[in-house]
Design a protein around this ligand. Structure first.
Ligand SMILES: [Zn+2]
Length: 284
């Protein structure tokens, strides 16, 4: 008797899951995925051959395919060694999707928008084969952090991950944790000083650093602070317009020597940026 009760419960649960998917085709399942347990339950019912879900899957797969094809067409033109190494690693992950013994491990992974001031997405995807189950928009700042953390996580052995940003000026705990888990990976960062209009500077966090100790009391590591610690390179001197030039004449022009106060300032700036990441992005 108990067994038949259990079966009835399961059938009802599956019917409810299927009904939800019919009622809320894609957006409904995205909302559901916020709760990991429910998402897992959905993942189980998904295996049960539901036609509606298959359509959703196909839609996402097609979007993926389109993106991948567009990317490949671009990349074929000129692939640097850096891009090639990343592509090979990605291809190896994607090949798992055709492996019948592969078992997906889904979790939320953020992806930056190509335009970094715009919202990216957070994808409920397999961390091993990159298969995306569903996705939804996600604020640009958190996409930046999550995307860099993911790049570190999947970097080839002894790799230097390169980050170029014209908008962001710090890392949060997520990136430092990713580095701590991959002591063979270095992180090279190119950024703009003075909130996106200053000189382009770069620094590299070497492999094997105690990166968690780099975070300040609020859980951030400002680029100016990191640059002062690891050595900063001036990549591109900011071309001043006349007004800026006049103001600059009285001050120091030494770009690489930056006072400690700047790093505190950068942390503060980012805190407000975090709270209002959309408005600050629109200013650009
Ligand atoms: Zn997978």
């Amino acid at each position: 008797m108990k067994k038949s009760k259990f079966i009835i419960k399961r059938v009802v649960a599956m019917a409810v899951a299927a009904a939800m998917l019919i009622a809320f085709p894609v957006k409904g399942s995205i909302a559901y995925a916020e709760n990991d347990d429910k998402a897992e339950a959905l993942a189980v019912s998904q295996e049960a051959d539901d036609k509606t879900e298959d359509t959703d899957k196909e839609n996402i797969e097609e979007t993926d395919k389109d993106n991948i094809e567009a990317q490949e067409a671009q990349e074929e033109e000129q692939l640097s060694d850096y891009d090639r190494a990343i592509k090979e690693a990605a291809d190896a992950r994607h090949a798992l999707q055709n492996d019948p013994t592969h078992v997906h491990h889904f979790r939320w992974i953020a992806k930056r928008n190509a335009s970094e001031s715009a919202d990216g997405t957070i994808n409920y995807m397999c961390e091993e084969c990159d298969k995306v189950w569903y996705f939804r928009p996600y604020p640009a700042y958190y996409c930046f952090q999550g995307d860099i953390a993911r790049q570190i996580e999947v970097a080839p052995q002894d790799f230097t991950v390169k980050v170029k940003t014209s908008l962001f000026i710090n890392f949060n705990k997520q990136v430092m944790e990713a580095l701590a888990k991959r002591p063979d990976v270095s992180l090279q960062v190119s950024f703009l000083r003075k909130e996106y209009v200053g000189d382009r500077l770069s620094f590299t966090i070497p492999a094997g650093e105690d990166t968690m100790s780099l975070l300040d009391e609020n859980g951030y590591a400002g680029f100016i602070f990191l640059g002062n610690k690891y050595g900063m390179t001036l990549e591109v001197k900011h071309e001043l317009d006349e007004e800026d030039a006049e103001a600059e004449e009285t001050g120091s022009t030494e770009a690489v020597e930056v006072k400690e106060a700047d790093s505190k300032e950068s942390t503060e700036t980012n805190e407000s940026e975090e709270n209002e990441s959309a408005p600050s992005a629109k200013q650009i």
